[in-house]
Write a protein that binds this ligand. Structure first.
Ligand SMILES: Cc1cc2nc3c(=O)[nH]c(=O)nc-3n(C[C@H](O)[C@H](O)[C@H](O)COP(=O)(O)O)c2cc1C
Length: 192
């Protein structure tokens, strides 16, 4: 199989003025230099349940949900809030249960001292329940607001770049293995 892995990147924060935009922009630029992924962004801030007569908003939401269902792999970019992950992320995970099944999920996290790792560990528990596989390696930014400058650029990208590269290699491996597995035998047969 030589078709690209359909990678869906999910914003964890829906906060006004969020740092998430800077982190996602950096991740996007890094992924753009690689050839194995077809990247789609899903932003829960744009997924709020629209009024039924708001056709444009309904269409955006429908398109997003379809992207999630088509994904081969996920990359969640999440901050840590009160030692957990943001509520908007949980809402999204709960809303599209089938999308996660037999798919790998990797993380880029950020926060204070912990670099968002407590949020990631909680997400691993939740995603196991959704029949997803989480990737061992991740990228983590401690005191993230000190690492991105006023233009949203990462001041010293060296370590983060190598951590992301390792994470993406693992994510790609799992995505190809699980895509092949789903083709050979639909996951519904073993879901129970
Ligand atoms: C409500 C709230 C709770 C937070 N709790 C934590 C926390 O428990 N641990 C931590 O490391 N950072 C915590 N922070 C700091 C955030 O991780 C940091 O502000 C981050 O930039 C938030 O991401 P965002 O700007 O993309 O929303 C908290 C921030 C907010 C707004």
């Amino acid at each position: 199989m030589d078709d690209k892995v359909r990678l869906v990147l999910i914003y964890g924060s829906v906060r006004e003025g969020r740092l998430c935009d800077s982190v996602v922009n950096w991740v996007r630029e890094e992924i753009a230099q690689r050839s194995e992924f077809e990247l789609t962004l899903v932003d829960p801030a744009r997924l709020q349940r629209p009024a039924v007569d708001d056709e444009a908003a309904v269409a955006v939401r429908h398109g997003y949900l379809q992207q999630l269902a088509r994904a081969d792999a996920f990359l969640i970019v999440t901050p840590e809030y009160n030692h957990g992950y943001p509520a908007a992320l949980k809402q999204l995970i709960d809303e599209v249960p089938i999308s996660w099944e037999a798919r790998p999920v990797a993380f880029v996290s950020y926060g204070g001292q912990s670099g968002g790792l407590r949020a990631v560990e909680q997400l691993r528990q939740v995603l196991a329940e959704m029949h997803a596989t989480t990737v061992r390696n991740s990228v983590s930014f401690s005191n993230a607001w000190e690492q991105f400058d006023e233009q949203g650029r990462l001041a010293q990208p060296g370590h983060a770049r190598s951590a992301l590269a390792r994470t993406l290699v693992q994510l790609n491996w799992w995505a190809l293995a699980l895509r092949e597995g789903r083709r050979r035998s639909p996951y519904e047969r073993v879901r129970g």
